[in-house]
Design a protein around this ligand. Sequence first.
Ligand SMILES: [Zn+2]
Length: 81
Amino acid sequence: MKPGIHPDYHPVTVHCACGHTFPTRSTMKGDLLKVEICSNCHPFFTGKQKLVDTAGRVERFQKKYASAQAAQAAIQAGNKK
Ligand SMILES: [Zn+2]
């Protein structure tokens, strides 16, 4: 390989919210990749229906929604003038 032009492709450990871990390789920084769903727990692969809410997806949405609400409040405060 030509030196200096390739990203650092190294082994990483994928750690799923369900507790499943498996090794792979990646160009990402660091060596631990955290995922919310993997082939071990995704309903498509398990064949079981389940609520896919792991690793704080709801919390993340609520955080996003809170900032949107704050923006709305700011707009309304601006409209009152
Ligand atoms: Zn999983």
